[in-house]
Design a protein around this ligand. Structure first.
Ligand code: C2E
Ligand code: CA
Ligand code: CA
Ligand code: CA
Length: 280
């Protein structure tokens, strides 16, 4: 009787979730999000501390949901990964980011601007990813040197054998590979010299309060040295305060991103934002 009661509870609980869970509604609605043009890329500037210039943008996806409003990727990207929708959506992200970069280059009269695109582990494991990338380059006519793919540290390590060959092929196209959220994954660093990586993005957890926290400052110095030894570039992420900005500049970090420079913006707000940037 006890077992039965427990089972019944489980059934009730699942049914309850099915009818009420936001997750389930989002999962259902995601199937139409692309065709109904509810997905949108925002762009956050990447800023060079040595030249005081914006050199490119990271594309960050948003979902304009008809009922819930703007939904952040941390909520719906996991759903796209579980359902496999990340494959068509991921392709769209690459196409959209690359074609919008060409528009931005023309509007801003700067054909050296770059675009950085987040790629999910599920995408990297899908056999079609390489052909998708080649398609996007062919269709948009974008120079591959201006595109970087951001992958998280855990992926490179979990799927080492697979990712090594794939990343080599992508690199041969001319594209760049960035390690995202550096320092938050595993402790092994072996992948750093075995994979063809161009840049590490230092996670915000090391950047936040780095001007006050002596341990964080030491971590930053160590990461910057490491990157330098391996001929990799660095971007400091999540810079919010002028003190952090100055600290990273002093430590010799060449590139940053963060609300201090600008939040991610829709493409039509970028021009004005760049005009208002007065950091020189
Ligand atoms: P991420 O790639 O590490 O992106 C950085 C996140 O930090 C972004 O959140 C960005 O808006 C936020 N951020 C930037 N500067 C600051 C700052 O100064 N302070 C704070 N507190 N936050 C800052 P967002 O846009 O919500 O994206 C969250 C995550 O979702 C991303 O983390 C990435 O892992 C994933 N994501 C976003 N767009 C895509 C995409 O197009 N494809 C895939 N596969 N994943 C994406
Ligand atoms: Ca990223
Ligand atoms: Ca990151
Ligand atoms: Ca992150």
């Amino acid at each position: 009787a006890k077992m039965q009661g427990k089972d019944r509870y489980v059934v009730f609980s699942n049914e309850y979730k099915k009818r009420n869970n936001r997750y389930v509604k989002l999962e259902r609605d995601l199937h139409y999000a692309l065709e109904r043009e509810q997905l949108e890329l925002y762009y956050q500037p990447i800023y060079n501390l040595q030249t005081d210039e914006v050199t490119g943008f990271e594309a960050l996806i948003r979902w304009n949901h008809p009922d819930y409003g703007l939904i952040k990727p941390t909520e719906f990207i996991p759903i796209t990964e579980e359902t496999g929708l990340i494959i068509p959506i991921g392709k769209w992200i690459m196409e959209e980011a690359c074609s919008k970069l060409l528009i931005l280059q023309e509007e801003l009269n700067n054909n050296t601007l770059t675009i950085s695109i987040n790629v999910s582990p599920i995408q990297l494991l899908n056999p079609s990813i390489y052909d998708q990338i080649v398609d996007v380059i062919d269709q948009t006519g974008i120079r591959p040197e201006l595109i970087s793919l951001e992958i998280t540290e855990s992926v490179v390590i979990d799927e080492f054998k697979h990712s090594e060959a794939l990343l080599e092929r992508i690199k041969r196209l001319g594209m760049k590979i960035y390690v995202d959220d550096f320092g938050t994954g595993y402790s092994s660093l072996g992948y750093l010299y075995q994979l063809p990586l161009d840049l590490i993005k230092i996670d915000q957890s090391f950047v936040m309060m780095c001007n006050e926290d002596i341990k964080k400052k030491k971590m930053l110095k160590t990461i910057l040295n490491l990157a330098n030894e391996f001929k990799m570039e660095v971007i400091g992420e999540g810079v919010e305060k002028i003190e952090e900005f100055i600290e990273l500049k002093t430590l010799g970090c060449k590139q940053i991103q963060g609300y201090y420079i600008s939040k991610p913006k829709p493409i039509n707000e970028l021009k004005q934002m760049l005009a208002e940037l007065k950091l020189k």
